[in-house]
Design a protein around this ligand. Structure first.
Ligand code: DGJ
Length: 733
């Protein structure tokens, strides 16, 4: 609900449980007043204390009034150059070389629904589920305008922020930075920041650190959102945990360079900013042009991380993901990567498919190596035509044979990349991102295509469409196996090279959109060497993303549980692979591997032709179990009960169905001791008044008892054993 009070000069946004308030200070400076637990009647103007400190500047239009300085005020959108010395969102340069914008409120509009910005991914909502507030700010000296947009999805406690910078100056403006969102907390408090850091094969590890004076920043200048820092982060009260305390989440709906920063200033106020990374960014706006920043999804919970995560899970599933697959259970698949790597032919794939059919798998995914000349990772990228030496007879007969077994077919592409040893590179060396005269950086022996170029995208679309039309293909894994360097485009003049990083991302989105428009039923799985581009932007196109190249079940516990803070379980690509694990060398029971993969899309990635009968029997059971519980997994609420970080003895999580009649609890023991021990898990999300029958325990307890006193879980003597408990409300048994 958006409430505008002209007398009190305030803009208030209420969601189910939160309130966000802005107000107009002197001379129409748009200040931030409050963001936190819902308060219906408050006018938070009293929280904004105009202060002028030593060395604070007084804005030109306020002088000689000595009461207000933008260096101390909580601002809705901070600018560089005119007296606010904290981190800025906007840094613009005019033709005479001067910089700065004194943004003042001009007008506002409210409309129903949320619209997705053109060319970018975004949160959408219809008139029944969302509304949008737009506030127009202007710099009166130059005429530069900024439109701040606040899209509200009340039900899921989310406010979607972005900014549109409109050049109405009559001259050229250069943007050196254009971030999406600034969030100032004027009331000092002890807060922590929670980030999800990592590397290739160990993504989204949770780290919680107290905020102290200075600037705490996570970012990516890699051209992708990255394995190293995920563009979802949280700030929380020092005492916050899964079920208590205030926490704020910010999720960037963007897949390229980003910065997210928290700054504790001289007054111990906290400023959070998030947006496209200014490094390498320089965007020219001709008179009359606009620059649209990507969205940031903001959410707050006064009841800890659990509620925050579940709101985001719902929002992403219902208002960001699109297409038929966002609610549908994905087919149980087998991917041949860890089974064969590059070494396969049509007979090997068919043999895997036969075994797959036998155990109940529904789709075969042919990974890297089917195209061009590609027997290792030195060659072939860009040559998106079938290698008929490997797949004798071509793609169609293979897909038809596999369809004859009752299996769907999926295929791997890495559209954004090019090998120097490829026909494509020989024909178009200028299509790769390289700097004239400089030997380029190679990574995984490959170069990156200049996705900012329309001709490159046209080639890729035609090549992909030809393959996808040539056979009945249900699924595409869209990979990206290196980061950007040597960022220079042959298509842009020297003063516009600072646009290439962002134009690259816009180009990727454009190609994704074209592919999905041509093949609306296609299931896309995003991937970047595992989870190197796991962000809300990609989830607009691909409802699932391969979580990590690390398929070890124990490593996956921290990767998947870390991911679950910001992203729905349904979005996490997760497979059972062979032991000892190819990456870590660790051996875990097949049952545990299956139980962990069920916290995700569920599939297999191993050579099914090498299985024992016992293993096949266990896999049949797993697939049956996954099919039985897939609704719960895909649409249920998710609760993290025990985290595997630090010296955690076990990892535990549960799903609860929307009607609270059913729940599934999984626990994986990480450390077992000689003597049996037990731990009591307090369950969450159940109906306190319902009696739940717990299958493994063979007794019933009320939801209230299970949530208050807990359920004892016993360890047993084995390596990394897992236990799965199914709970059913008495009236549904
Ligand atoms: C990286 C992916 O994450 C893997 O699953 C696999 O598809 C390889 N690329 C193929 O090159």
């Amino acid at each position: 609900m958006i409430c505008i009070d002209t007398e009190k000069r305030s803009f208030t946004i209420h969601t189910n449980t939160t309130t966000y308030q802005m107000g107009l200070a002197r001379n129409n400076i748009l200040v931030h007043r409050y963001y936190g637990a819902r308060v219906d009647d408050a006018d938070f103007g009293y929280l904004v204390l105009p202060l002028v400190l030593g060395f604070s500047g007084i804005p030109g239009d306020l002088f000689p009034d000595q009461r207000y300085s933008e260096d101390a005020l909580p601002l809705e959108y901070s600018t560089f150059g005119l007296g606010d010395y904290r981190e800025s969102c906007l840094d613009c340069e005019y033709e005479n070389g001067s910089r700065g914008a004194s943004l003042r409120y001009v007008s506002h509009t409210v409309r129903t629904g949320l619209t997705v910005p053109t060319g970018l991914p975004g949160v959408y909502a219809d008139a029944d589920t969302g509304e949008t507030l737009e506030i127009l700010l202007r710099d009166s000296t130059t005429g530069l305008e900024v439109v701040l947009e606040y899209g509200v999805v009340e039900k899921y406690d989310t406010i979607v922020r972005s900014a549109r910078i409109c050049n109405r100056t009559g001259e050229k403006v250069i943007l050196h930075r254009a971030l999406s969102c600034c969030l100032d907390f004027s009331v000092p408090d002890d807060r922590d920041t929670v980030i999800f850091y990592g590397k290739h094969t160990q993504e989204r590890t949770m780290q919680r650190t107290p905020l102290s004076h200075g600037k705490f920043r996570i970012d990516s200048t890699r051209g992708a959102s990255s394995h190293q820092y995920n563009p979802f982060w949280m700030v929380c009260d020092r005492n916050a945990d899964e079920t208590h305390g205030s926490c704020w989440g910010l999720s960037f709906v963007y897949s390229g360079n980003f910065v997210a920063q928290a700054e504790l200033d001289q007054l111990s106020q906290t400023r959070l900013v998030m947006g496209i990374h200014p490094q390498g960014f320089r965007w020219t706006l001709e008179d009359g042009e606009e620059f649209q920043t990507p969205q940031v999804i903001l959410t707050h919970s006064a009841a800890g991380f659990d509620a925050l995560s579940n709101n985001l899970h719902h929002l992403i599933r219902e208002h960001l993901m699109r297409g038929p697959w966002r609610f549908r259970r994905p087919p149980v698949l087998v991917n041949n990567w860890e089974a064969t790597y590059f070494n396969f032919d049509e007979e090997k794939l068919f043999a895997i498919a036969q075994q797959a059919r036998d155990i109940g798998i529904e789709m075969l995914v042919m990974d890297d190596g089917w195209f061009g000349i590609r027997n290792n990772d030195w060659t072939g990228l860009g040559d998106w035509f079938v290698n008929e030496t490997k797949l004798k007879g071509g793609l169609k007969p293979l897909v038809e044979r596999i369809a004859g077994l009752g299996l769907k077919f999926g295929i791997w592409f890495e559209p954004e990349m090019i090998s120097e040893d490829s026909d494509l590179f020989r024909a178009h060396p200028d299509w790769a991102l390289t700097i004239p005269g400089r030997v380029p950086v190679r990574s995984r022996k490959q170069l990156v295509l200049d996705m900012s170029r329309a001709d490159v995208r046209d080639y890729l679309f035609d090549a992909m469409a030809k393959i996808l039309h040539s056979a009945d293909i249900s699924y595409v894994k869209w990979d990206m196996n290196r980061h950007l360097s040597d960022v220079w485009s042959a298509m842009l003049p020297s003063d516009r090279q600072g646009e290439v990083y962002h134009r690259y991302v816009l180009g990727v989105y454009d190609l994704l959109e074209r592919v999905l428009t041509e093949f609306p039923d296609l299931l896309l799985e995003g991937c970047s060497g595992g989870g190197g581009r796991f962000d809300a932007g990609m989830l607009y196109y691909s409802p699932q993303i391969w979580c990590s190249d690390n398929t070890d079940a124990v490593s996956r516990l921290s990767i998947q549980l870390g991911t679950s803070f910001g992203y729905p379980i349904k979005s996490m690509g997760s497979h059972v692979s062979v032991c000892p694990n190819h990456g870590t060398g660790r051996t875990t029971p097949l049952k545990t591997r299956g139980d962990v993969a069920m916290m995700g899309t569920f599939g297999y990635e191993l050579d099914l032709c090498k299985l024992s009968e016992d293993e096949k029997t266990e896999m049949r059971r797993q697939i049956e179990q996954y099919k039985q519980f897939s609704d719960l997994i895909c649409t249920g609420d998710f609760h993290r009960l025990a985290l595997p970080f630090g010296d955690g003895r076990c990892a535990a999580w549960m799903f609860v169905s929307p009607d609270k009649r059913e729940a599934l609890l999984t626990c994986v023991w990480l450390h077992v001791e000689c003597d049996l021990h037990q731990l009591v898990l307090k369950l969450r999300g159940l109906d306190p008044d319902k009696q739940y029958y717990i299958d493994l325990k063979k007794y019933s307890l009320s939801g209230r008892t299970l949530m208050t006193a807990g359920l004892p879980i016993r360890s047993f003597k084995a390596e990394y054993p897992s236990l799965v408990y199914h709970l059913k409300a008495a009236d549904t048994i």
